[in-house]
Design a protein. Structure first.
Length: 261
């Protein structure tokens, strides 16, 4: 029993230790080595170049070698700034999360509805600028200064949600960001599919049209057959529609709690 506990404790300690290099970079503790020749770059420069590569070419092409070529330095020189690609990605995530509130500031909104819209459109814009974010598992992202700052400002904008508990405020944030990320995913994956197949959206649906028309005439899909021609029109703003319905739903709860006072 004791050996099992020691093994488990050792695994936890090793896992915690694995986080330390990234956390030290995020919070400045690992920015400058105590000894060695003077460095010609900075962590910010390295991370900025990595983000540009990921934006333009995707995460799959990002490597320490590729990054070194972009910066005009030796690959081994980069290890003076970041221990490896894992830590680099952690810092990249925090770096771009700091952009979330730059264009759309929830704390500057006139009311909680404006704050929700700012969070939603800020999240959508962030994923459009950095499509690689959708390829990264962010369920346990490290909390660095950029991420915490965006959360701080977002939560400050939601504080006016009357009588919402803190867990409920976090749930609002999660729901809005999930809607935005999901909408961005559909956009980006549609664009990637067109690039990979060489078929634009019109050609893709034109190829299916004879089969779909036959299926609609069969009588097996009466609801689908009854839909108007513009049912799937790209001119309809699904994101805005979904967002406003979310806001309406939050508003119902706000009104209920005000009435119960």
């Amino acid at each position: 029993m004791s050996e099992t506990k020691d093994t488990a404790d050792g695994a936890v300690e090793a896992g915690t230790a694995a986080l330390r290099p990234s956390l030290e970079l995020l919070w400045g503790a690992g920015e400058r080595p105590a000894r060695g020749p003077k460095r010609g770059l900075s962590l910010e420069t390295v991370v900025g170049a990595a983000v540009r590569i990921a934006d333009a070419e995707g995460l799959d092409t990002l490597s320490m070698r590729r990054l070194a070529g972009e910066l005009g330095t030796g690959t081994m020189s980069l290890y003076r700034y970041v221990p490896g690609k894992t830590e680099l990605l952690d810092v990249m995530l925090d770096h771009v999360q700091g952009e979330l509130i730059e264009e759309y500031d929830p704390a500057a909104a006139e009311d909680w509805r404006g704050a929700v819209r700012a969070i939603a459109y800020g999240t959508l814009a962030l994923h459009r600028r950095h499509p690689w974010l959708l390829k990264v598992n962010q369920s346990r992202v490290l909390l660095g200064p950029g991420t915490l700052r965006s959360m701080e400002v977002s939560m400050a904008g939601l504080r006016d949600l009357t009588d919402f508990s803190d867990p409920e405020l976090v749930s609002v944030l999660m729901a809005v960001q999930s809607l935005a990320a999901g909408s961005a995913r559909m956009e980006i994956e549609a664009r990637e599919a067109a690039e990979e197949t060489g078929l634009d959206n019109d050609a893709f649906w034109a190829g299916q049209l004879p089969y779909l028309e036959k299926a609609m005439r069969s009588g097996n899909y009466p609801v689908m057959a009854s839909l108007s021609e513009d049912a799937f029109s790209p001119a309809f703003d699904h994101f805005a529609f979904g967002l406003e319905r979310l806001i309406d739903g939050f508003g119902v709860l706000v009104d209920q709690r005000l009435a119960a006072r």
